[in-house]
Ligand binder design. Structure first.
Ligand code: ADE
Length: 249
């Protein structure tokens, strides 16, 4: 996948390919990552990219001309790219949306600063707006980094076998199960015995049950969107009745 981020702070966003899984995907050529600075497309001596808002009010608004010139230049090298503008007004990122984006051959992420970008630029050059949640950041860059991380790890071959994305939270609409490593007993807390049983079927059932139970307790609205089969329903019922027993002890 070819991905370009348009930002006034390229050094900040480039950190996303300096480390970890995303860094490895970039090094291995699964992700061709670049940044572009709209300031390089400004035409005045001050290289300005922002202006005061028409109608008054606080802050500054990013001007359309340097952004349009920048996006049009990027489109020359990425002609198939969708251009997504990071903004709280966009469709909220979730695992399914990340998977949709990871399937695209090319993508451009546009980061706003200040109060945002001139709406005419959004109308003419942006395919969709994307949000990472219902809160306001001071710029699109941290959001772009979240989007890049969430989709890069889904690219074919980005994760090793042991890190498989199929086991992630949300990949099947459920939260992840708990994980444990050595030592077997830590501060008087032993790991669940089943994990040492060597019984792979029992371990898989326990993990599934934990995922179902945690989702029911913590994010019931996620569970409402799923149709559980009889086996899952039984696992969940057992989990909840066990918890009920524990809480009444
Ligand atoms: N820019 C500012 N806030 C944002 C958010 N919540 N998501 C995406 N981009 C943003």
């Amino acid at each position: 996948m070819k991905l370009e981020v348009i930002t006034l702070f390229p050094e900040m966003v480039e950190q996303i390919v300096a480390w970890g899984v995303v860094g490895r995907a970039a090094k291995n050529g699964l992700l061709e990552f670049g940044t572009r600075n709209p300031r390089d497309y400004a035409t005045d001596v001050h290289r300005s990219v922002d202006g005061r808002p028409y109608g008054g009010g606080p802050g500054m608004v990013m001007q359309p001309e340097p952004l349009a010139a920048c996006i049009r230049d990027v489109r020359r090298t990425l002609p198939q790219a969708k251009v997504l503008y990071l903004s709280p007004q966009g469709r909220v990122l979730d695992q399914a949306y990340a998977a949709e984006l990871a399937a695209l051959p090319e993508l451009v992420l546009l980061c706003g600063r200040y109060e945002g970008v001139d709406e005419r630029l959004v109308t003419c050059e942006v395919d969709a707006e994307i949000s990472i949640g219902d809160y306001v950041l001071s710029g699109g860059e941290p959001a772009a980094m979240v989007v890049v991380d969430a989709l890069a790890r889904l690219l074919d071959g980005a994760l090793g076998h042991r890190e498989s994305a199929q086991q992630d939270s949300f990949s099947d609409g459920l939260l992840d199960c708990p994980h444990f490593t050595r030592p077997e007993v830590w501060e008087e807390q032993a790991i669940p015995a089943v994990l040492k049983s060597g019984d792979h079927k029992a371990i898989a059932a326990w993990r599934r049950q934990q995922s179902l139970g945690r989702t029911a307790e913590r994010r019931p609205e996620l569970l409402e969107q799923l149709k559980l089969n009889r086996q899952d329903q039984r696992l969940l019922d057992d989990y909840l009745s066990q918890r009920g027993v524990d809480q009444n002890d």
